[in-house]
Write a protein that binds this ligand. Structure first.
Ligand SMILES: Nc1ncnc2c1ncn2[C@@H]1O[C@H](COP(=O)(O)OP(=O)(O)OP(=O)(O)O)[C@@H](O)[C@H]1O
Ligand SMILES: [Mg+2]
Length: 253
């Protein structure tokens, strides 16, 4: 059950700049740095198939509005800040937010590329918030996002651009609402599950985990968003592989 008055939007438009990059408060920035460190441990280079050097990570959640795009953006920002070359892909073609938040072109992107309407160079944009952080916007909303994400063309695109990056982060839609994240999980080396405190329910997370397991997705860990910790609500914690046990202990309703 969602708490009364708890909408998807937790941040006032005028405070949006405080939700990513340099605008984060100290505690939130620390939490995302910790997420970066834990991800590097969860997915070391040695864990990649031979010949692959780019780690492809998907970010999803059980429900909409849990903080996936914010987590993807800040994770990308922190990884790029530590010298890695990062591509953040707005793979949520149904409800893209990242390009807009960063003031980038949101008209041409992944959907156009997958539809064969433009080339890779036409959709890679360098962000203005971090030197090594590149963004591929979602492009125009297609009628069939799941099919596009599951297409051979998507596989070929990732294969072709991955030698240029250390990390590719896919900001995906929620697992329990559309098939996109499940389809795309096959293209990743691992998935990060975002769980919004007092919003996602135990059954919503269990259902998402069941579906991810069904497609053999590797869930690397959990990020709890909207948790009231030191430094205020805008805090993210990465609980690691066994984070789900924490959820069972009662942090989820
Ligand atoms: N760790 C956090 N703490 C507090 N608020 C957060 C946190 N992460 C995200 N938010 C806020 O929650 C709202 C939803 O975030 P975001 O758009 O990242 O979610 P989403 O899961 O991508 O949503 P959608 O399913 O609609 O794509 C935004 O207002 C965002 O600023
Ligand atoms: Mg989103």
């Amino acid at each position: 059950m969602k708490k009364k008055g708890m909408g998807k939007r937790a941040v006032r438009p005028e405070d949006e700049a405080k939700t990513f990059g340099e605008g984060l408060n100290f505690a939130a920035a620390e939490a995302y740095r910790l997420l970066r460190t834990n991800l590097l441990f969860a997915l070391p280079y040695g864990a990649l198939p031979e010949g692959e050097n780019c780690r492809v990570v998907g970010v999803t959640s059980s429900l909409s509005g849990e903080g996936k795009s914010t987590t993807s953006l800040n994770l990308g920002y922190m990884l790029a800040g530590s010298g890695r070359k990062v591509l953040l892909v707005e793979a949520d073609m149904r409800l893209p937010t990242i390009s807009k938040r960063l003031g980038l072109d949101c008209k041409t992107g992944l959907s156009n590329l997958l539809a064969g309407l433009c080339g890779e160079q036409g959709v890679l944009q360098l962000s203005t918030i971090q030197e090594n952080l590149w963004v591929m916007g979602a492009g125009e909303t297609p009628p069939n996002p799941s099919e596009l994400l599951g297409s051979d063309r998507m596989k070929a695109v990732l294969k072709s651009i991955s030698p240029n990056f250390d990390f590719i982060i896919l900001d995906l839609p929620p697992v329990n609402e559309v098939a996109d994240a499940l389809v795309a999980s096959r293209l990743t080396h691992g998935i990060i599950m975002v769980v919004r405190k007092d919003y996602a329910t135990r059954s919503s997370v269990e259902e998402a985990m069941r579906q991810l397991k069904h497609v053999n997705a590797k869930v690397l860990g959990f990020v709890m968003t909207h948790s009231e910790g030191q430094g205020g609500k805008y805090k993210s914690g990465y609980t690691g592989e066994y984070g789900y046990a924490g959820a069972k202990k009662g942090s989820l309703k």
